[in-house]
Design a protein around this ligand. Structure first.
Ligand SMILES: NC(=O)c1ccc[n+]([C@@H]2O[C@H](COP(=O)([O-])OP(=O)(O)OC[C@H]3O[C@@H](n4cnc5c(N)ncnc54)[C@H](OP(=O)(O)O)[C@@H]3O)[C@@H](O)[C@H]2O)c1
Length: 266
């Protein structure tokens, strides 16, 4: 999976903004941010349509991720939901299909549907999102559970709880994590300690926040932006290397967890 991608949570909600959003995604893809993260939930299908416009003519260069609502994650309903997503995205396959969060449908049913979709070539791989360590353990106890390719969770400088146990557990299994809201939905960017570090490095808070995540080869970040200048800035974060003193400074400003915490979600 590409390490730096593009989020789409607030896209496809207003028709008047659709072209700008599709253009921002297309720009990001052309700059090399070739993983696009969307979901049937975003704009109730609107975001997938925007992604469909952005990937038109570029499909083979893009790693498309979408997500199924928990209430659509049954043996038959997940297959129907995936087919609706494929139509909106105007593609014949998803590179990764995620269960958006855990609901009440038994995991074994969802895994069965994902495996069926994989066998039929409608998805290349599947994974989960917002799964705590206990959920991951339960998933891996199922016969096909270890086919899970990733867990997409909230992870950024000011939200480091997963470093205690979930991230090491995934690392042991060589499973990458997809860090959502890597800029803390924008709120992180105004934090004075991050602003000061970015200023000293001659860069921006967004670039430091992304470079901090991307320093690990198994962390994928999916910042969302509809602003072409922000997309370019986010792209260049992939080339920013943070030295050891800066990483120590960031640890002081945004301390790692000192014990287990419940998984943070948005
Ligand atoms: N699985 C889940 O449950 C889940 C939950 C939340 C999010 N996600 C995924 O993760 C993606 C990213 O998370 P997010 O959208 O919540 O938040 P985010 O990417 O952390 O932050 C997005 C905000 O930051 C701004 N921004 C982006 N780049 C910037 C830059 N270089 N400088 C200044 N501001 C910048 C954007 O505004 P502009 O448009 O003005 O740039 C937007 O307001 C989502 O789009 C979605 O695909 C998944």
């Amino acid at each position: 999976m590409p390490a730096l991608g593009l989020g789409t949570w607030t896209m496809g909600e207003q028709r008047s903004r659709g072209q700008r959003e599709a253009d921002a995604l297309a720009l990001g893809i052309d700059l090399g941010m070739t993983l696009v993260d969307t979901a049937e939930m975003y704009g109730e299908g609107g975001a997938e349509k925007v992604v469909g416009r952005a990937i038109s003519g570029r499909r083979d260069r893009v790693f498309v991720v979408s997500k199924v609502y928990p209430h659509n994650a049954g043996r038959k309903s997940a297959i129907a939901a995936c087919e609706r997503s494929l139509r909106r995205l105007a593609t014949d396959r998803l590179d990764l299909y995620l269960l958006h969060w855990r609901g009440t449908i038994p995991l074994a049913e969802t895994v069965g549907a994902f495996e069926r979709l994989r066998a039929d070539g409608k998805i290349v791989r599947w994974g989960v999102s917002n799964f705590a360590l206990a959920d991951m353990r339960e998933l891996f106890a199922l016969p096909e559970g270890p086919h899970c390719a990733t867990n997409q969770v909230l992870y950024h400088l000011a939200e480091r709880g997963i470093e205690w146990d979930l991230l090491p557990w995934m690392r042991e299994r060589r499973m990458p994590v997809i860090a959502y809201s890597p800029l803390g939905q924008g709120a992180l960017l105004g934090q004075s300690k991050l602003v000061a570090i970015a200023r000293r490095l001659g860069t921006t808070p967004a670039q430091v926040a992304l470079a901090w995540l991307l320093r690990r080869p198994d962390v994928i970040a999916i910042p969302e932006s509809a602003d072409p200048a922000h997309v370019r800035a986010n792209r260049s974060a992939a080339g920013l290397r943070l030295d050891a003193p800066t990483l120590r400074e960031l640890d002081t400003a945004f301390p790692p967890p000192t014990g287990p915490t419940s998984l943070a979600v948005i």
